[in-house]
Design a protein around this ligand. Structure first.
Ligand code: BGC
Length: 354
């Protein structure tokens, strides 16, 4: 599909799948993804801010603020050091009405809340939205929560590896706390963010490149997030460069990017949102041509309805797992709103005037 059509279609898919409550559904046609994730939604809201659809991003952030403030008692309990039940606090995904899901899930994930603070900061910058008392309260709660828990192992952004400290997750917390300070014009987390950066440098680097999690030498495409949006290191810094070189040489196959080499979810295919993420890196690194090639490739992957799936079964890591997942949950999620959002973000980089 050509860029113009896919760009418009992507906006359409996002708007049509935003619930009246303000929540964005991760994927309408995939039952396990009939929820709103803070992670996915924060990127989706940012894409709406970029295209100046402030109504959409405003509704999402209001939904998020309400849902956080509603949980104030639990969050404060946790912030006061009562850690017994910390897994019960702040689920990673919610029903569209803001309630927690009934079925069990890998709920303890911290990255989405860090990314949400960043997305909210961008929203305020781009839309000029006033920071109300309610927003301020939600920002204080989430940043307090993250600053208390950043050293706790939790699931990664792929909802795996419960007992590890993940570099992408930490970069999101870093960026989230910086965003909180900017939003509230304070300096509360200056110390914590330096500690996080120091921790990443001391524990998250193997042979000059960032690694998936402490002590694990594998590379993971989510590390692109350390650059955008988290900006922990400038893109000229050797560490970021070496990380992206590894991502590119080990995980970029058949035109698209894998999550990580051992991934077996749906056989471990190539992901649209990650490939767009690499395109964003290329663009920021002064290589718009490579970014454009990625945009073209995504256009080829779109189906006749202009839908972008989560992943495609090209160059699978382990094809024996594809039929197993197809039998369990049906075809890979399509359309995935996060895929469309990352396409819009990349498109906006290349064609800011459209
Ligand atoms: C991914 C998560 C994502 C969720 C909803 C999962 O398969 O691992 O990163 O938030 O799908 O899109």
């Amino acid at each position: 599909m050509n860029h113009e059509d896919l760009y418009n279609k992507s906006i359409d898919v996002i708007i049509k799948n935003q619930h009246l409550s303000g929540a964005y559904i991760a994927c309408p046609s995939f039952p396990s993804y009939n929820y709103s994730w803070f992670r996915d939604s924060s990127y989706i809201a940012y894409s709406m801010d970029l295209i100046e659809n402030f109504k959409s991003s405003e509704q999402f952030h209001s939904w998020a603020v309400n849902n956080i403030n509603k949980r104030e008692t639990e969050i404060r309990r946790l912030m006061n050091g009562d850690m017994d039940n910390y897994e019960e606090v702040l689920h990673t995904r919610y029903q569209l009405n803001g309630h927690e899901g009934a079925d069990s899930w890998e709920n303890f994930q911290l990255d989405g809340f860090g990314v949400w603070l960043w997305s909210l900061y961008e929203h305020v910058q781009l839309s000029g939205r006033k920071i109300t008392k309610e927003i301020e309260k939600a920002v204080e709660l989430v940043s307090g929560y993250l600053s208390m828990l950043w050293q706790k192992p939790c699931y990664d952004c792929w909802e795996e590896n419960r007992n590890e400290m993940h570099i992408y997750t930490l970069s999101c917390i870093y960026r989230g706390l910086k965003s909180s300070d900017s939003l509230l014009a304070s300096n509360t987390f200056a110390n914590t963010t330096s500690q996080i950066k120091k921790w990443i440098l001391e524990e998250g680097v193997i042979s000059g490149s960032l690694c998936k999690f402490k002590g694990n030498g594998a590379i993971d495409s989510s590390l692109l997030g350390v650059h955008f949006p988290n900006d922990v290191f400038g893109n000229k810094e050797a560490i970021m460069r070496k990380t992206v070189d590894r991502i590119h040489s080990e995980l970029y196959k058949a035109g698209g990017l894998h999550r990580y080499a051992e991934d077996s979810y749906y056989g471990g295919g190539i992901w649209i949102l990650l490939t767009a993420w690499l395109g964003i890196w290329f663009f920021d690194d002064g290589n718009p041509q490579a970014a454009e090639e990625i945009l073209d490739w995504i256009g080829i992957k779109a189906d006749k309805d202009g839908h972008l799936a989560e992943q495609y079964a090209d160059s699978l890591n382990n094809s024996t797992f594809l039929p197993i997942w197809n039998k369990k949950w049906g075809e890979s999620a399509n359309p995935l709103l996060w895929s469309h959002a990352m396409y819009i973000i990349l498109h906006k980089k290349l064609y800011p005037g459209i």
